[in-house]
Structures are given as structure tokens and as C-alpha cells.
Design a protein around this ligand. Sequence first.
Ligand SMILES: C[S@@+](CC[C@H](N)C(=O)[O-])C[C@H]1O[C@@H](n2cnc3c(N)ncnc32)[C@H](O)[C@@H]1O
Length: 254
Amino acid sequence: MDVQGVRAAYRRYARHYDLYFGRVFHQGRKVAIEQMGIRPGEHVLEVGVGTGLALPEYPKGVRVTGTDLSPHMIERAQSRVDDMDLPDVTLLEMDASAMDFADASFDHVVAMYVLSVAPEPERMISEMRRVCKPGGRLYIVNHFRSRNPVVGGVERAMAPLSKLLGFRPDFALDEFVARNQLDVIEILPVNLFGYWTLLTAGREPAAEGAASGAAALEQRARRNKKHLRKRRLNRGRTAPETQTGRIMDDHRGP
Ligand SMILES: C[S@@+](CC[C@H](N)C(=O)[O-])C[C@H]1O[C@@H](n2cnc3c(N)ncnc32)[C@H](O)[C@@H]1O
């Protein structure tokens, strides 16, 4: 898909987007925002904000900037912001792979269900990194190719239909992590059957071998799905300022 293709697709989808992609994908949006452990005064960038379905989930008083390639999706997001009176949200039509923001502008940068649709995912990641403050994090919610040989095979077979489908069904997590040298901090399965993934990565590039580290994290996360759900619930009960540290601690442990 190129930029014009994305705009054309989302001009068609915008009207019915919430109906088809609202509830069914909402858990992933909520978990991504919880995972940020946003502190008062922080500034979040949500690229590919779409119709703004995630916007009401951000804590009150947090500044959120949402961008999207599609003017039709942004228009819907703006109506949501006006209807729900979300005064801390700013919306801009902008390509996430060439952003107008200065370096190190945001504390958290998130892309939900955008990667498989974006014309240049690598450039988008590089831009997300650039505009994120040092020490900040990137959050990516996406479907990656299943490790189940049958499901993964079907997804691979569907790859030539990417243009028609409007997304890449066979996005491989390991290749993506390696290509972008992502420093993966956490991987959580989200949504129905845990078929989608929330990937949390540091802003700075990882050392060699990032992909195998990510694969191990993913396998562990899928084995521990129940445990993760419980931990998320508990995390929701703790003070926001302690959340980020706890996530890091979990991953630095033996
Ligand atoms: C599947 S929708 C996801 C929308 C929203 N994040 C959500 O959770 O529902 C993908 C969105 O990404 C946008 N998009 C794709 N490529 C983009 C890019 N390079 N820059 C900004 N937005 C992009 C599309 O216009 C579309 O609104």
C-alpha cells in the first residue's frame, strides 16, 4: 500500500470503522495505555490515531497528540474529541514516517494497529524513535504472523493479497524486531485468543540478537497468558508512578 492507497482505503472505511474495529480490538488499546504508566504532565504521541477510539482511555490531564494520514479518519476523531470534550487532545493530519515534530518531543509513542497498514513501517519506527525522549518507550499493537505452522502458513499464503486486504497478514515478529533493532522490553498477547500482540520497546536500539530475545519473550508471554492477565489487573490497582519500574523489574529479573 502506498500513501494514496491508505488514504483511499480509509476514506471508504471511516464511516463504519468503529462498528467493525471498535469493540473487538478495544482490549489491545486499553492494555497499551495501561502499560505506559503515564505520569501527570507527560505527553503522549499516538500515530495512526484513526477515529480516536483510544482517546477516551487516556488519564485525564495527560496531553495527547494524535496523527493520521487519512483526513477522513481524523475528521471522525475530531468529532469524538469535541463530543466527549477531551481538551488535552490535539489532532493533526501527518504521515508517521515523516513527522514535523522536533526530536525528543514525547514521553511515550504508540502505534495501535498501524504497522501492518503503514506504507513504510521501518521509516515509521525510525520516526517514532526520533520524536521520543531518550529513555522513553515505543508501544506497538499489531498482529504478527502466527507461530502455529497451519495458521502461519495460511497467513503467508494470503500475503500476495495484501493490497486487496489493505494490510499485511504475514508480518513476522522476529524479522521486524531484527530489522529495526528493537530493544524489546515486554510482549503481551491481547484481544481475542491473544491473536494480537502488544510490544513494548525502548527508544534506543538493541544490541545484536534482539530477535531471538523477542522470540523467547513472546513464547513465555503466550505460555503465561493467565498470569499476565492477573498481573495487569493488579497493576491497575497500583499508583501510576510505580508502574513503569515494576515492568522493568520483571524483565531484569533472573
Ligand atoms: C487500522 S487503523 C487503526 C486506527 C486506530 N489506531 C485504532 O486503534 O483503531 C490504521 C490507521 O493508520 C493510519 N495510517 C496508516 N499509515 C499511516 C502513516 N504512515 N502515518 C499516519 N497514519 C497512518 C490509517 O490512515 C488508519 O487510520
